[in-house]
Design a protein around this ligand. Structure first.
Ligand SMILES: [Fe+2]
Length: 234
């Protein structure tokens, strides 16, 4: 299968814990293309106390990549927003970086410390006219499946890391949570969260894993249709 859309990747070079130079980014993007990805959103971290590149650095590098990229994969810019003080300020100011100029925002949390009320937070994001996409939901032991269901029902999207489906770079606890979330039909999209070569290897194994267990309709929903829906939010 091809035409996959990856809404979560750290392939913008030299801004976070992704590749340090453009050539490595391009090599990883070519590997994703070989796995069937035709659209990739580059989502550098935006986290005050972690990786927090300035938006002008992000834009400059993205433009450099667009000028030099010769592959067929369509590249888009986004961000992985960490839930912190900076995020809340940007939310108030209507300046949260979105996925590929849509109204959708990729949001991650501290795996150990949940927000006071995730449902209230998600509601707050929605009344600010954004569409929340919760990154790698399998990472949060504090997020139970009943709450996931309510968040989905309220219009939020749940992203599971494709790379968390196989035993490569993810802990067994997270793998079993990822499997359960998909089995229960709670996952809206899968994305690679690619940082480096091991993520590509895991993504490749995960696609085979999916193909041996799920119908092509379900794979298409998770890797093409729902990601496209998220990108079309306006
Ligand atoms: Fe990420």
């Amino acid at each position: 299968m091809s035409g996959f859309i990856d809404l979560h990747s750290h392939l913008l070079f030299a801004v976070d814990d992704g590749p340090g130079d453009m050539e490595i980014s391009f090599s990883l993007l070519n590997s994703l293309a070989n796995l069937g990805f035709s659209k990739v959103v580059l989502t550098p971290h935006q986290a005050t106390l972690h990786y927090n590149p300035s938006w002008s650095d992000v834009n400059n590098r993205f433009n450099m990549m667009l000028e030099s990229w010769e592959g067929t994969t369509e590249l888009y810019l986004g961000a992985e927003n960490y839930y912190d003080e900076q995020f809340m300020q940007r939310l108030d100011q209507g300046q949260v970086p979105t996925l590929a100029n849509s109204r959708s925002i990729l949001l991650e949390f501290n795996p150990r410390f949940p927000p006071a009320s995730i449902r209230e937070l998600i509601f707050n994001i929605q009344i600010n006219a954004y569409v929340p996409v919760i990154a790698h939901v399998e990472r949060y032991p504090w997020l139970d499946t009943a709450t996931m269901r309510r968040l989905k029902d309220s219009g939020a999207y749940l992203q599971v890391n494709l790379t968390a489906l196989v035993d490569k770079i993810t802990s067994p606890e997270r793998i079993s949570r990822a499997h359960k979330i998909i089995r229960m039909g709670l996952a809206d999209i899968l994305a690679t969260d690619t940082h480096d070569t091991p993520w590509i290897e895991a993504a490749s194994e995960a696609i085979s894993w999916l193909e041996s267990r799920y119908t092509s309709d379900e794979i298409e929903r998770l890797l093409i249709k729902k990601p496209a829906e998220i990108l079309s939010s306006r």
